[in-house]
Design a protein around this ligand. Sequence first.
Ligand SMILES: NC(=O)c1ccc[n+]([C@@H]2O[C@H](COP(=O)([O-])OP(=O)(O)OC[C@H]3O[C@@H](n4cnc5c(N)ncnc54)[C@H](OP(=O)(O)O)[C@@H]3O)[C@@H](O)[C@H]2O)c1
Length: 220
Amino acid sequence: MKIGIIGAGNIGGNLTRRLTALGHEVSVANSRGPETLKALVEETGAKAVTVPEAARGAQVVVVTVPLKNVPDLPAGLFDGAAEGLAVIDTGNYYPKERDGRINAIEDGGLTESRWTEQHIGHPVVKVFNGTYAQDLLDRPLPAGAPERLAVPVAGDDEAAKRVVRELVDELGFNTVDAGGIDESWRQQPATPVYGLRAGVAAVTRALAEASPERPAAHRA
Ligand SMILES: NC(=O)c1ccc[n+]([C@@H]2O[C@H](COP(=O)([O-])OP(=O)(O)OC[C@H]3O[C@@H](n4cnc5c(N)ncnc54)[C@H](OP(=O)(O)O)[C@@H]3O)[C@@H](O)[C@H]2O)c1
């Protein structure tokens, strides 16, 4: 599959490693330009590109930049998107530590992924936002393995969600359908499922036990 990865940090770097190892055609971009991605390219065989190039013609694009940098992504990034493009969002809002106050999330009642979606102008599928980056390398297991970890997947576009769930399965994790993007608060930071290393049953339970109230520690 042709996959674009926007953001080459902890998550973007490890997804580049795993997806190239699985034989996908991966293009990866960061903010400083392709020439700064030489080491990752040499290690993985991925192609280093600009952000618009990562989006162009891809069947799946992963947006994995700090939330505060989402508005810096080029306007109209997905204007020429291929029919059926699935955009993965791994983002989290950390107002105190990293992102500063985002009013539409704090007061406007938007989920973090709805806010991202509005900025990038394309529906997203939220997954891996609560997965430790290192687990992408260390904890994949074959389908059916009893200890296989599960991750929640939220999105409004059922076809895109299906594509993403199949890709996550290929990456070595089970998935749990976490509903649409308006419900994706259930997997945001400080919820029971966030950072949970567990299988389908426990992840399903944790999603059900989440509270929509954002705890003080996770407010600006
Ligand atoms: N770290 C984790 O374990 C983890 C787990 C789950 C979810 N997440 C979430 O996933 C997102 C990414 O986290 P991370 O830890 O991978 O971040 P990170 O290590 O800080 O890497 C961020 C990447 O985004 C790139 N970037 C920033 N602004 C950009 C722009 N305008 N255009 C293109 N690329 C840009 C950076 O490029 P430059 O270096 O060139 O600036 C860098 O490659 C965050 O929302 C985070 O909360 C992280």
